[in-house]
Design a binder for this molecule. Sequence first.
Ligand SMILES: *Cc1c(COP(=O)(O)O)cnc(C)c1O
Length: 402
Amino acid sequence: MSQNTSRTAGRHFLQIPGPTPLPDRILRAMDTPIIDHRGPEFAKLAKRVLEGIKTIFKTTSPVIIYTATGTGAWEAALVNTLSAGDRVLMVETGQFATLWKNMAQKLGLKPEFIPTDWRIGADPAVIEARLREDRAHEIKAVCVLHNETATGCLSPIAEIRQAIDRAGHPALFLVDTISSLASTDYRHDEWGVDVTIGGAQKGLMLPPGMSFNALSDKALAASKKSNLPKSFWSWDDMLAMNKIGFFPYTPATQMLHGLAASIDMLHEEGLDNVFARHRRFAEATRRAIRAWGLEILCRDPRYYSPTITAVLLPDGHDADEVRNLALDHFNISYGTSFGPFSGKYFRIGHLGDTNDLTILGALAGTEMALTLAGVPIKKGGVQAAMGYVVSAHSEAQRAAAE
Ligand SMILES: *Cc1c(COP(=O)(O)O)cnc(C)c1O
């Protein structure tokens, strides 16, 4: 419908798992004159965000802010802590884990890839068993995605930490939280993570182009011995300049203004409320999918993602056709599919600056698009989602009254 007109009314439903919609407040915070990045006003801003971002990672250690997408922060985590030929243990949760593994290979590391069927997260018991076998401690790092954005599977980071400890293994623990940070509970210090990788354009509700490394003392110590080449990504120069409120090169000033607003907004809502909101959207989405009689790609509820849910279509139905119809008729975008299930599923992102009615609107669009595409579904998915949202709200109401 919209494809033959030059104007589309209303807002686009950006239901991809990142970039997520920009709140007006963040847009306004970024719409401000450029300041001197070596001047006192900048130092104030830098100190504010460098301190503030620690509260989002839940750490008291330094967090490095890069002018790069998440992929850059992946590279930074590897090149700062590891050396040529180091063995790293990774888990094939899906497309993003595969990209990180390929990067490790290109950087001269030796990744060992624990396979999965792309329908579950990283299993702590499997990691523990592999580490126990590694008596010579050849594995230098365990690298896991908290949330595999390609499939909608969340991995239990605290339990993986315990598994590493039970195996008595000294490997570093590197965790990608790009699509979970600021929308799913995450505790860098408490969970004993050595480097946490974050990105701007998902839970933090910012444009793409900024990413993070949260560090531990162990990671900093490892960085002194690491011999992989690094210059732009080097933690040393960053940490030295950050101490006095500056960056070793021109920082993305407008992104930092946006980040300051994002941190304020997350704390005004309350991180726990933010996490509960995302869990509610995820459950509402799963209820809709089940009511339609369709399958959720993540096959084990222990690994359900609070930020993205992938919908598997029956054989013979093309997920890309559903996405195209949904975009043409209802102005809604979904995430695409990858790997062994390419063309067989689409992803509903339910993270960032979004609310109950946006999610219900998105689910209504999905139910209609599935029908238009001739996918055999039962009616009532949106009804089921509404029923759940109402029950979640009445429970909150009761809890508040007590
Ligand atoms: C989006 C994403 C990435 C890639 O980040 P870019 O910002 O696209 O470079 C990596 N890992 C996960 C889990 C992601 O969701």
